[in-house]
Write a protein that binds this ligand. Sequence first.
Ligand code: SF4
Length: 336
Amino acid sequence: MKGLEKCSVIKSFSHIYIEEGVMDHPVTREIIKKFPGAVKIRIKHYKDVFCRPRQNFIVQEMSRKLILAEKNGEMIYPGPEVCQDFGNKNFYYTAPILNCIYSCEYCYLRGMYPSANIVIFVNIEDYFRKVESLLERQPVYLCLSYDSDLLAMERIVPLTSRWIAYAREKRNLKVEIRTKSANYSAIRRLPPADNIILAWTLSPSEVIEKYERKTPSLEHRLKCIKNAVDDGWKVRLCFDPVLYFENWQRAYENLITRTFSIVQPEKIYDAGIGVFRISRDYLKRMRKITPASDIIFYPYEERNGIYSYPERKKGEIIEYVSGLVKKYLPSEKIFI
Ligand code: SF4
């Protein structure tokens, strides 16, 4: 497959665990065809591997394995408190993939899952059925790419394309696909859809280099954004999480100036700004597995089970960054 050999992550998946119930699923077959050299291991249930006790997330991150499984039960969840709804009612999210090929030091997945291996739920048709039954009752705003980076996985499994094809037909469904990837080329052949928002997370280069391991550079992300808006997609910019570090003001000023020097502000659908925040339990686990991280060991304050910067610092950061974004976008397009 063109481009696949360039994708270094493909080398990671030396082993693929496959639930016996999905051995013959077309999506399973499509994925394993791309890894002819991988050792295939038949398993009963993905949790037998994914939820094994005493796994080391940090060690596993260096060489992730793939787990192909079927999702049952609840598939669509109410939008979490810590996430922005961007003014939408009936905010939901779903997780067709668990875990991410990138290794951001601040990522809550490190505190959420017992394993760094990547689970792909191949039964996409069941997800569509669940969305269908929700849509019978109400319009839905659905975020697809929270517990993974779906677009980054597109050359391994083209779930983003399939969700786009499904969602574009649904008048009362609005979808957000969030990414840090530079993989826009994998979906560029698709015509843009009015009810689908491609959302890129942007961070200063200093943050990308220090804390967002394996993610594409700022310039690569901006190039994708420019191509996407020029092609007519609705694009959301996510300055989230904004981090506090030495010279953070200068770094965010450079980021926002650079962003709008590449992308015409009037072509941007909207933008979100949020400081780093994380639930108490996830942070506790992350502190156990990331012993030397200034970002994880910052003396955050707890408010209602969520750790974040002290209220005054948070206010200062939000005011500063939103002030920078307001030079380019009207207030009604900025969500905090
Ligand atoms: S890109 Fe997002 S999901 Fe992936 S590791 Fe980074 S923060 Fe986590």
